[in-house]
Design a protein around this ligand. Structure first.
Ligand SMILES: *[C@@H]1O[C@H](CO)[C@@H](O)[C@H](O)[C@H]1NC(C)=O
Ligand SMILES: *[C@@H]1O[C@H](CO)[C@@H](O)[C@H](O)[C@H]1NC(C)=O
Ligand SMILES: *[C@@H]1O[C@H](CO)[C@@H](O)[C@H](O)[C@H]1NC(C)=O
Ligand SMILES: *[C@@H]1O[C@H](CO)[C@@H](O)[C@H](O)[C@H]1NC(C)=O
Ligand SMILES: *[C@@H]1O[C@H](CO)[C@@H](O)[C@H](O)[C@H]1NC(C)=O
Length: 477
């Protein structure tokens, strides 16, 4: 399905990888410069679920006739002086922070749609500064938010960041404030508007010296847990098992704009689903599910006896699969490998009635954590929970290790800048370049040098307000 692309360009550039991340205790014995944030996984009712079109479509083929519940990772932060509180959705698949205002049609409606996530009032903040009126982030179907870019003080925990740029949605069709923490090149300002980039949150933390390098690590813990951690500037060595292995990020359209890495193999127990893959896959916390090529997904569905509902683009499995011991093993450039227990792919959901869906024979049906991509391949939360992942934007590398579920102790080290030898992370020796699944080559239009793919055309730059959806299907009920 995917066209063969100009991967030679990518191959050439991917070879010049830098050293892996450096992890160090502070030389002066001081505390590491890191910021640890607790993440909360919440199931939320979607107050605007009647507007089905706002669901992000990963491809034209996913026909959403469902839903009003999603599971996403959130954390609390504030903007402005005095503080205005927000619950922000953490998204590695986009790069802008944006929040709603009370004045938008959506938020000012009687339903009070934005009350829980928070709204921003520029005139009530003494530290607000106007930047420009060209903020406009879009879903694949054209919904999203538009308004001003501004700067203001951002606070999270005891950390204060002055003059952080973000978008304010004076027009909005999404009630969720989002904190995109991807590459600057994926910002609306650069990618869509064509102006130069600004430092988004992780880049600004590095520029301000709050962390030593633009890098953070993510530990979502297992499916049964409602909390996880993002650690800006550091790695918690207690949160993973075995070694951290670093693989290069793949350029997208000639620039580092998204967290694409190369999937080289996949197996389910002893059954290989692909040995010699060179497939670009996007690491995206904003996606509740994992999306793999249709042919691979089909084989997995057969192996686990999943029933695919084409109208929703989602498959269901017997809930009893959760107690089976099999594994789905994702291989990346050797020796990077993540084992996802099958139990992590069996998602318990409830219908609007409060009951589990069931198959015709009366047995309980659970949502399956993998769906056909029919487009961009995404390793979403059903993959990410099994992994400990370091997003090293400074060195364009991703480091992966097997997550240590439910760990309570910590062993935090700082990620320093530069490419020193790394006791805790080993670079894959022969990194494999992606040959499909990504826009390759360089931009042909004159000008910005920005990514070829824009949020509205790719459908994956903007965050997933999609995803874990509550299903209410006649055929299952
Ligand atoms: C975020 O704030 C809400 C509302 O104040 C609170 O209920 C919730 O526990 C907070 N979450 C975290 C992770 O601090
Ligand atoms: C701030 O208040 C002034 C005066 O009421 C108004 O004209 C302006 O549009 C407001 N600005 C914003 C960003 O809300
Ligand atoms: C934002 O972009 C969308 C899609 O490109 C466009 O339809 C919409 O009119 C824009 N909104 C504003 C306020 O510029
Ligand atoms: C982690 O803790 C949760 C309870 O909070 C439990 O349900 C789950 O089985 C534990 N996971 C592992 C791998 O021990
Ligand atoms: C699944 O992987 C885990 C961890 O690597 C291993 O301990 C377990 O034996 C595997 N289960 C099966 C059925 O292969």
């Amino acid at each position: 399905m995917k066209p063969i692309q100009l991967f030679l360009i990518i191959a050439a550039s991917a070879i010049s990888t830098t050293g892996a991340i450096s992890l160090h205790k502070r030389q002066d014995g001081g505390d590491p410069r890191v910021l640890s944030l607790g993440l909360q996984r919440s199931r939320i009712q979607d107050p605007v679920a009647h507007d089905r079109n706002r669901l992000r479509r990963r491809s034209g083929s996913i026909d959403v006739d469902i839903d009003n519940e999603q599971t996403l990772y959130f954390f609390n932060a504030s903007l402005g002086t005095p503080k205005q509180s927000f619950r922000l959705h953490l998204d590695t698949g986009s790069s802008d922070l944006w929040v709603n205002t009370l004045d938008s049609e959506l938020c000012s409606a009687a339903s009070n749609a934005c009350a829980e996530t928070g709204t921003y009032d520029a005139n009530s903040s003494s530290t607000y500064e106007y930047v420009g009126s060209y903020f406009n982030i879009s879903y694949a179907d054209g919904s999203g938010a538009a308004g001003d870019y501004v700067t203001d003080t951002f606070r999270v925990g005891s950390t204060k960041i002055a003059n952080l740029q973000f978008g304010v949605g004076y027009e909005s069709t999404s009630d969720q404030g989002v904190l995109g923490i991807g590459y600057n090149a994926n910002e609306v300002q650069d990618d869509v508007v064509g102006k130069s980039t600004y430092n988004n949150l992780p880049a600004k933390m590095a520029a301000d010296g709050l962390i030593a390098s633009n890098a953070y690590s993510l530990w979502l813990n297992d499916l049964d847990s409602d909390t996880g951690t993002i650690l800006f500037g550091g790695v918690d060595r207690a949160q993973y098992e075995g070694d951290l292995v670093s693989v290069p990020v793949e350029k997208n359209g000639g620039v580092y704009s998204d967290f694409f890495i190369t999937l080289t193999g996949l197996s389910l127990g002893s059954t290989s689903l692909g040995d010699d893959l060179a497939l670009a896959v996007l690491l995206d916390t904003g996606s509740s599910l994992t999306y793999l090529p249709d042919s691979i997904t089909e084989t997995i569905f057969e192996e686990v006896d999943a029933e695919y509902q084409e109208s929703e683009g989602i498959a269901y499995v017997s809930c009893s699969l959760a107690s089976e011991s099999g594994n789905l093993t994702f291989k990346f450039s050797d020796p990077a490998e993540i084992v996802v227990p099958i139990s992590e792919l069996v998602i318990d959901i409830l219908q609007v009635t409060g009951r589990r869906p069931s198959f015709n024979d009366g047995s309980d049906a659970c949502m399956f954590g993998i769906a056909p991509a029919s487009g961009t391949n995404v390793l979403g939360d059903t993959f990410l929970r099994s992994a400990f992942v370091v997003f090293d934007l400074a060195n364009n590398e991703i480091s992966l290790a097997q997550s240590n579920f439910n760990v309570t102790k910590t062993d935090i080290v700082e990620i320093t800048s530069g490419g020193n030898s790394v006791p805790s992370a080993t670079a894959a020796e022969n990194p494999v370049s992606a040959e499909s699944g990504i826009a390759s080559g360089v931009e042909t239009e004159a000008g910005s040098g920005a990514a070829v793919v824009s949020p509205s055309s790719s459908g994956m730059v903007w965050v997933g307000v999609v995803t874990l959806v509550l299903v209410f299907v006649g055929s299952l009920a």
